[in-house]
Each structure stands twice: as C-alpha cells, then as structure tokens.
Design a protein around this ligand. Structure first.
Ligand code: NAP
Length: 450
C-alpha cells in the first residue's frame, strides 16, 4: 500500500485517484487549491450543460471512497511545497490543469473591455477568484476570437435570454448582469476556415437553437475543397450545420450571432476602452497553414473575448516547459533534465495540453497510474508515514483545510441559498463565505437543512 498525493480534483485528478484505489494499491489524498472539488466541471462547464455538469456525481463517488481523502483549500506552492509532498507521500501525481488563458500577442489586447474567455467563463461559473462585478455586459457588440468549444460556450451565454438560464446554477449576480445585458451582436472570429474550426457538432448546433438569436454566416465562406471530407465526419457535419444557417433567412430576432472565417485579429482598437477589432483577411493552404493577405477590415465592437486556448502555469519546484505550457513528461512520468523522476507524475491538461473532452482524461489518467503502479515497488518510502501529519502541518501554517464533510456542508449551504432565491441551487462565489459554510456545516453536522 503506497500513499499518493494527487494535486487537483478536476476530472484528471479524480480519474487518477479512482485508478489508484481500484485494486487497493494506494491510499490517496486529493488536494485542491479551491475549497471545492471538481475543477472545470464546477468552474468551466457551461451552466446550460447540466448533463456534463452531472459528471460531478461520478467524481464525488470516487472522492467518497474510504481510501480517498479530499483536502480542499490547499495550494501546492503556497500552503504546501513540492518538497513537503515528497516528505509525506511516496508518490505525487500532479493534475492541476491549465488554468490561464493563451494570449493573442497583439496591440490593445489589455484595453478595458478586452479580456480572456477563461476569465469570463470563471465569472459566470461563480469562481471565487473573479470579482462578482468584473463584467457588466454593457457592450452592444462583442467579438469572440477563436473557434473552439469555449468560444461556443461564451457565445451561447451572451446570446441567450436570461430567462432561458434561470433553471441553471448560474450565480445570482450573473443572472442579474444577463438580465441587464445590452448585447445584440456576437461575432465569432476564426483565423482559418470552416474545415479547421475545432467545434464539436453538438455544441455548434446549439448556437442555431438559441430562441432569441439569428445566426449569420456568408455562404461564400463555406465554399471549400471537400476532397477527403468523408474521412472527417465531424468536419462534414459541421459544414452541413453551417450551410443550413447560411441558407436561413434572418428572422429579425433580438440578437445576432455572426460567424466570420479567415480573419485574423491585428489590433484591438480603442482609446481607453475597446471600440473595435482590426482584422486581416487570410488564406489557408491545403495543409491548414494560414497567411495574411493585407486586406483589412474593422469590426465595431465594445468587448473582445479571446478564446484561443488555455495554458498550464508553473508550480515552484516542478519542471515546466514554457513553450508547450505543460510539465515535461514521458507517458505521465515527470522528466527532469530529460530523465523520469521516480515518484513524480502528471495527468490531464498539465500533461498533454488543453485538448479533448472530459472523458479524454480517463484514459490519460489511467496511463499515468499504470506507470506509477509499475514504479511503485521500487519507490523510496516517504519519511513521514502518519497520514494525519500533513493535516497538522497545514494547521500549523494556518491553512483552513476543507474536508469532504466540509464540501458537503458547502453544498447544503448552496442549496439553501438557491431555495431562498426561488431556485434549485445557487453557487456561493466568495472564498471566505465558502470556508465559513464548510466550517459552520461541520459545527452542525446534523443540520437537516440540506
Ligand atoms: P481549442 O479547441 O484549442 O480552440 C482554440 C481556438 O483558438 C482555435 O480555433 C484556434 O485556431 C484559435 N487560436 C489559437 N491561437 C490563435 C490566435 N493567435 N489567433 C486567432 N485564433 C487563435 O480551445 P478551447 O475552445 O479553449 O477548448 C479547450 C478544450 O476544451 C478543447 O478540447 C474543447 O473541445 C474542450 N471543451 C469542450 C467543451 C464541450 O465538450 N462542451 C466545452 C468547452 C471546452 P487555430 O486552429 O487556427 O489554431
């Protein structure tokens, strides 16, 4: 039986914990810097995707296993160092994801009104790191740069009517902002063509199903070389969806979603605030390589959301490949100076980069755990063997650890908050309040209000 710390309680971390305890091979502590578990399932999945959100139920079952402990509000690099982890655990598996956005690297990117979809998503998901008043939605016209599923998520949130989202767990301040929203036009901008867009078809279709929005796309932009498309069913279906939109007459709905292909952003325009996005028309060759044509145009927008992917962040004491934004690894074994380090592993986005859907993390985590368990017999034992020693260390350092019982108390408090607002559940968005809810719930564990 080995003791393993898993850093990060998103899908990759929890799937790794599940694989580690399956045959009784390990005792696992799953650490998260937030008071709550589930990573992007709680703070990234769009609130109007309840089926995907419900993956948290399966993740919760893992975190409730007797051989698994959840330790929330513990930040590795702050509350605990990587060296501390090696003191207390025989192996450490990092699955802390890719938490920051990639940048466009163009002038004006930091003007007020220009921000990352990552931050916007975190805001509407009630992430405690984003102030509730961060977004006011007073722009009439918004550009969303990038053609992945995150771009579609933020577009739906901007284009849907607040009333259509009232049954979700959207935080109350977000619902208020959506009710007051002045957004009329959302422009999705891709630097390449429809065959290079990374949308999945189900998510793309949902844009056309928004009751209060017309979708506008120029049929000429969809005139592409279809050779070889039969081997690319997703691209074929996406093209069909886009063509069905191009063939539709606008119905005069209150909002419009415009889809622009082959336009790359050159500059976010504005003097003190965003007033436009300067674009250059591009050409894309048969290999998907993009080149500028010199022909420019301006989109009049007051808000720009760049949705061009996520990046991992370095953890002090852990190697990091700046260019790739991941921890260098070989099949999940962390590499230091090109060599695998016994006892250090990675899974999920910090291992392979921000790609794939939630389920992709299962096979990814299983590959890493297979490597870890193969190494296990030869791993040096951690010097500290008492499982409670790490809790004492955290207490000494003034860290308020949120245990699984604490998380359950947070859930009950969120259900009570929801009921008081006439909704099923509403997220608590303030970190101090989350910690209070965890502590209060533990003080009154028999509280039947949940
Ligand atoms: P993504 O799928 O990697 O898409 C990023 C987009 O940004 C691409 O269109 C890319 O275009 C574009 N881009 C990158 N750099 C750019 C630049 N400098 N200028 C202009 N455009 C640029 O990333 P994502 O949307 O953040 O999604 C991350 C992962 O989460 C994906 O695997 C996604 O499927 C998944 N996800 C899934 C769901 C769901 O299943 N419902 C929801 C959200 C996210 P190029 O192709 O030209 O580089």
């Amino acid at each position: 039986m080995i003791r393993v710390a898993v850093v990060g309680s998103g899908p990759a971390g929890v799937y790794a914990a599940a694989a580690l305890v399956r045959d009784g091979a390990a005792d696992v502590d799953v650490l998260d810097r937030l008071p709550s578990p589930f990573g992007l399932v709680r703070y990234g999945v769009a609130p109007d995707h309840p089926k995907i959100q419900s993956i948290s139920l399966a993740l919760a079952r893992v975190l409730e296993e007797p051989a698994v402990r959840f330790l929330g509000n513990v930040e590795v690099g702050a509350g605990l160092t990587v060296a501390d982890l090696h003191e207390h655990y025989d192996a450490v598996l990092f699955a802390h994801g890719a938490s920051v956005d990639r940048r466009l690297g163009i002038p004006g990117e930091d003007l007020p009104g220009s921000t990352s979809a990552t931050e916007f998503v975190a805001w509407y998901c009630g992430h405690p790191d984003v102030p509730v008043d961060r977004f006011s939605l007073d722009a009439r016209s918004v550009a969303v740069v990038g053609m992945g599923n995150v771009a579609l998520d933020v577009t739906r949130l901007l284009a849907k009517a607040a009333d259509d989202l009232v049954t979700t767990d959207l935080p109350e301040h977000v619902l208020r902002a959506l009710r007051a929203s002045r957004v009329e036009d959302v422009h999705i901008v891709g630097r390449r063509g429809p065959l290079q867009a990374r949308f999945t078809t189900k998510e793309l279709r949902e844009i056309g199903e928004i009751a209060g929005a017309d979708v506008l796309v120029d049929a000429a932009e969809l005139d592409v070389d279809e050779a070889g498309l039969d081997r690319e069913p997703v691209l074929r279906r996406n093209l069909e969806v886009l063509r069905s939109w191009a063939a539709r007459d606008p119905a005069g709905r209150p909002r419009r979603v415009h889809v622009h292909f082959r336009r790359r952003p050159l500059e976010v325009l504005g003097d003190g605030r965003v007033t436009g996005l300067l674009l250059e028309r591009t050409v894309v060759d048969g290999g998907g390589v993009v080149a500028g044509t010199g022909e420019t145009s301006t989109l009049d927008v007051e808000m720009v959301l760049r949705s061009v992917g996520y990046r991992g962040v370095p953890v002090p004491g852990l190697p990091f490949d700046e260019a790739a934004g991941v921890v260098p690894n070989d099949g999940g074994r962390v590499l230091r100076d090109g060599r695998p380090v016994p006892g250090e592993y990675v899974a999920g986005w910090v291992k392979r980069g921000p790609t794939g859907v939630i389920g992709t993390n299962k096979s990814d985590a299983q590959e890493t755990v297979a490597a870890l368990l193969a190494d296990a017999p030869a791993l040096p034992k951690a010097p500290v063997r008492d499982p409670d020693a790490v809790l004492r260390l955290l207490e000494q350092r003034g860290v308020d650890v949120v245990t699984w019982q604490g998380w359950r108390a947070i859930e009950r408090a969120e259900a009570r908050l929801g009921r008081s607002l006439g909704r099923a559940r509403s997220k608590i968005t303030d970190r101090a309040e989350l910690l209070r809810a965890a502590a209060d719930g533990l003080a009154a564990p028999s509280d039947p209000g949940g």
